[in-house]
Design a protein around this ligand. Structure first.
Ligand code: CA
Length: 289
């Protein structure tokens, strides 16, 4: 099994990026990932000397043989192994309430027995991948920004057992991932989660599925993940894509699919704090069966 070291990391998803490893469709591989702060915060006093060019590292990219534009890359998350310490930060000017903190503050959090220790609270972990993406079509995106290629989607359903489908834009797809969270709630309101280093084991496959945006499949259904600067535009685009998929899969007129979406498709928020905001439309499998 190939293992990609976190020494091989990128800070932007670019069409011109060079792969550090190559695998076949159907292979299982391990990504070792740094935390979203690039491992720079070991104590709560380390906040004064952050190098912001070293945040949001994504390990990779990996070339997948057979991956071609127009197909989709299917990534099954087999295992997420996380560290026993995490860090959460908040920064003036960022987050849902930009004026809540002054400067840049951090808390180091212990993680043991599948619990995050936060002040006096013990909260069950829900390990998830914040950044996962492929080389985009034309423009380069910093790893902190999500779009059609994936990226910093910060979606809590990108976790063990889930399957992520990404549209492929470049030969080999060029998959990279990082920014694992031990725990994050929808919205990620203070601008960060419980950020951890991790080892992520995935199985990659190239499949025939023309998709416009990333899709996350769970046991219960499909989340269409849309990330745009304007959240209202993101809601509209996610709804549009859900209606398109319902209409296609059920072979019903678009107008009917629109009404059906109003009955069964949940529109939800993943994160409100990155340069592009991420929302999702959830289509339950019971409707498609
Ligand atoms: Ca993130």
């Amino acid at each position: 099994m190939k293992r990609i070291s976190s020494f091989n990391c990128i800070y932007a998803f670019s069409p011109a990026t060079k792969p550090v490893e190559s695998v076949d469709s159907g292979d299982v591989l391990i990504f070792e990932t740094l935390d979203a702060l690039g491992g720079q915060i070991k104590t709560e006093d380390d906040t004064t000397q952050i190098d912001f060019s070293k945040v949001n590292p994504a390990t990779g990219p990996v070339f997948i043989f057979g991956a071609k534009p127009g197909k989709a890359l299917k990534i099954k998350v087999l295992e997420i192994e996380i560290d026993t310490k995490g860090v959460i930060v908040a920064e003036e000017g960022f987050g849902v309430i930009p004026e809540m903190v002054k400067g840049f503050v951090a808390k180091i959090l212990d993680i043991k027995n599948n619990l995050v220790y936060f002040d006096g609270l013990k909260i069950p972990i829900n390990p998830m991948i914040g950044v996962i993406g492929v080389a985009p079509e034309v423009d380069e995106f910093p790893t902190g920004t999500a779009h059609r290629h994936g990226g910093n989607m910060d979606t809590k359903y990108i976790r063990e057992g889930s399957t992520i489908y990404l549209p492929i834009f470049q030969e080999g797809a060029l998959l990279a991932l990082g920014d694992v969270h031990a725990l994050m709630a929808d919205g990620e309101v203070c601008v960060s989660a419980c950020e951890v280093t991790a080892k992520v084991t995935v199985k990659v496959d190239v499949v025939d599925w023309q998709i416009k945006w990333p899709i996350v499949e769970t046991n219960d259904g499909y989340f269409i993940i849309v990330s745009l600067p304007d959240i209202n535009e993101a809601f509209k685009e996610a709804t549009l894509e859900a209606v398109r998929i319902l209409s296609e899969r059920l072979n019903i007129p678009v107008k009917s699919a629109y009404m059906l979406a109003s009955l069964v498709v949940d529109i939800q928020v993943s994160q409100l704090v990155d340069p592009n905001k991420t929302v999702r439309a959830f289509i339950p499998k019971t409707v498609l069966a």
